[in-house]
Write a protein that binds this ligand. Structure first.
Ligand code: HEM
Length: 418
């Protein structure tokens, strides 16, 4: 249900109470107007409630961390830290304790003590703060024995143009919220809590998505190429969803039970070249209609959810979904069943020297095992995907994201106290 459906008084066609009070504050109009007395009484008796966007919260405690199956929020910050030389396992544990405490307070909409009050007036706004460990974390904390096999370095993909300083890292934090101030506040708190000598910022990326309530009904978001993106993600209702995305409780190592592996890639889009393509070419590159995301195998009909038919031929006898169409090359059927949960943010970091936007996708793929998710699919896409001509992979990271913390625990405790 959208915000407007839940809360019809916020429908744009009506002058909402919030709007009237705002106008009164600015121009002092209510008292003199025909409805003045009524407006003033309302002001006293019915303080305006938080809008649904602000009041939504995602529990911090639980078997799994938030920010994986949580619907992608309007704002995101991805940030990596490296432990300082002297921190060791003790310093890392103390840091995760501080981070977890702060995240628990902020996700519940409480203000941590001594806070700078950036988010003071807002509700939790679906804030999630998700913590992960990079491969380099384990040697620095004398935990090499606990290093998961699944954290083996990602292979080199021939088209990669990775910047080492913006890749990997000992610790990774993903912050998401439906309000920009709430998200920035969380980022600032996380950064400050790291700043006692335990860890140093390595890289940071800022992303965004469509704001909940911006469309008349909930819809799959679009990316900066304009495509509906996220349609054929594994669904939580799929029988195989949990085994694809999460490490089982019987999984190895034990501290990863309920956890997941996040592949993080900053993928720049060559938007000028993309925008020069005709609509027909753009649709062929993906294999889906741009207007509504319907697969090209549905001809002129179908909808976003019409099943894809890879065998379908068009009137000329050619495959309706081209051999190098992104969805054909990426489909689990083309990759021995390999699948991942894509949960992305768009980014825009200004314009490059040549005037092109420095913009694209902060691609975050979640899976129980990267070798059965991202790796085989990216191997295929790198060589044979029509879309890859319009993309540049510039940063990369792989992180082990442990299960969530129980009440009184901190995230990663089972690893750090193993
Ligand atoms: C900027 C880069 C990318 C863009 C713009 C993009 C865009 C899209 C779009 C528009 C779709 C169709 C709608 C959907 O099912 O979500 C799609 C599907 C998909 N993409 Fe991407 N993608 C990108 C990168 C990647 C990468 C790096 C991977 C994995 C290595 C990937 C894996 C997939 C998968 C698995 C599907 C679903 C295929 C299916 O089952 O139909 N994509 N992508």
């Amino acid at each position: 249900m959208t915000e407007q459906q839940q809360n019809p008084s916020h429908a744009p066609s009506r002058v909402s109470r919030r709007y009237v009070l705002g106008a009164a504050g600015a121009a002092g109009l209510i008292a003199g107007g025909a409805g003045g007395a009524f407006g003033a009484a309302q002001l006293k008796e019915e303080p305006t409630a938080l809008a649904s966007v602000g009041s939504s919260s995602v529990p911090f405690y639980g078997n799994r961390q938030g920010g994986i199956t949580t619907p992608a929020q309007a704002r995101g910050h991805l940030v990596a830290f490296d432990l300082t030389a002297g921190a060791g396992r003790k310093g890392a544990a103390a840091l995760l304790k501080r981070w977890s405490r702060a995240a628990e307070e902020m996700t519940a909409g409480r203000v941590p003590s001594g806070d700078n009050q950036i988010a003071l007036d807002a509700g939790p706004s679906s804030l999630t703060v998700t913590f992960g460990f990079g491969r380099s974390f384990f040697a620095k904390t004398a935990l090499a024995k606990q290093l998961p096999d699944a954290l083996a370095p990602l292979p080199d993909f021939p088209s990669d143009e990775l910047v080492a300083a913006h890749s990997n890292g000992d610790l990774w934090v993903q912050i998401g919220a439906d309000d920009a101030l709430v998200a920035f506040h969380a980022l600032r708190v996380i950064q400050k809590e790291a700043g006692d000598g335990a860890a140093r910022l390595r890289w940071q990326m800022n992303g965004f998505n469509r704001t909940p309530g911006a469309t008349a009904e909930p819809r799959t978001a679009r990316n900066l190429m304009g495509q509906v993106d996220g349609t054929d993600n594994p669904k939580q209702t799929d029988a195989t969803f949990n085994e694809r995305v999460f490490v089982p409780s019987s999984g190895s190592p034990e501290w990863m039970a309920g956890g997941s592996y996040a592949v993080v890639r900053r993928i720049r889009m060559l938007l000028d070249a993309w925008d020069d393509l005709s609509l027909e070419r753009q649709e062929k590159v993906i294999g889906r209609r741009k207007s509504d995301g319907a697969p090209l195998s549905a001809g002129k009909g179908g909808t976003e959810t019409t099943p894809v038919d890879l065998d379908k031929r068009d009137a000329d006898g050619l495959p309706a979904i081209a051999a190098d169409a992104h969805i054909r090359v990426a489909k689990p059927e083309s990759n021995s069943g390999a699948a991942m949960l894509r949960r992305t943010f768009s980014y825009h970091d200004g314009f490059r020297d040549d005037g092109a936007p420095d913009a694209g996708l902060l691609f975050v793929a979640w899976q129980a095992d990267p070798l059965k998710g991202f790796v085989p699919v990216q191997r295929k896409l790198d060589g044979g995907d029509g879309l890859s001509r319009f993309l540049r992979h510039e940063s990369s990271g792989l992180f082990a994201v442990p299960g969530g913390a129980g009440k009184g625990e901190y995230v990663g405790q089972r690893l750090l106290e193993s």
